[in-house]
Design a protein around this ligand. Structure first.
Ligand SMILES: [Zn+2]
Length: 233
């Protein structure tokens, strides 16, 4: 699960790395931060994630060697729903609204979509790695499961991991479920796109559970560019 290329986020996200983890109330007129063009991560954010990665023992140059780019943390988040264990899942406001609509539409077709994971801060990502190291896992093995802090698409608040009853979370078997079949036909109508299809240009393994909100297939802005390629899991 080594991942990530370029993040497609705008200056509104860059401005608030310091307020990561804080969910702000957002109205229906919130800008679609998930569809903004790519921007470089702010220097302060780069410094912070480099410090976190040094503390974890991630080797210098690891991100470059794996062609990873920093993914800024979302500055505006709302609760999109709850995961399979009842914990709130937060997403960027437009992504959250679109996800709720998609889940409701799937339900009318007899398809139950469940949430596994949404927004994760760089600090939370670091905690996932620390837990694995504490349990005796090697750093290499842990990094095979979780991208280094600062480099996960989940930090954008635009990506969500989905599952369905009787499917193992974050397992390739999800691709054999009716839920995945429904998503491949309809997720784009709600703005969600599979980040890592089989044979993706990023060289990342197939992740049928990981969907990123960009903008609906029927673009709201005339002449809007098509969804950019995926950037990180
Ligand atoms: Zn994911």
């Amino acid at each position: 699960m080594t991942r990530i290329r370029w993040m497609k986020l705008g200056s509104s996200l860059m401005a608030c790395a310091a307020c990561a983890g804080i969910a702000h109330a957002a109205g229906t007129n919130a800008a679609n931060a998930c569809a903004l063009p790519p921007q470089a991560a702010a220097p302060g954010y780069r410094d912070r994630i480099e410090a976190i990665n040094r503390e974890l023992g991630v080797p210098d140059g690891y991100a470059n060697r794996h062609r990873l780019s920093p993914v800024p943390e979302a500055s505006s988040l709302v609760v999109a729903g709850h995961d399979v264990r009842g914990r709130p899942v937060r997403l960027e406001p437009r992504a959250a609204a679109a996800l709720r609509g998609m889940i409701a539409a799937a339900k009318t077709r007899g398809v139950e979509l469940q949430l596994v994971s949404g927004y994760r801060s760089a600090d939370y990502q670091a905690g996932l790695l620390r837990d694995k190291l504490r349990r005796g896992m090697t750093l290499d093995s842990a990094l095979g499961i979780n991208t280094p802090p600062g480099y996960s698409e989940h930090q954008s608040g635009c990506a969500v991991d989905l599952t369905t009853p009787h499917s193992v979370a974050a397992d390739a078997g999800f691709a054999r479920t009716p839920a995945y079949a429904w998503l491949t036909r309809h997720a784009g109508e709600f703005g969600f796109h599979l980040s890592y299809p089989s044979g993706n240009p990023n060289g990342i393994e197939f992740e049928p559970w990981h969907w990123r909100y960009v903008t609906p297939d029927r673009a709201e802005v005339p002449g809007a560019a098509p969804p950019p390629h995926p950037v990180g899991g």
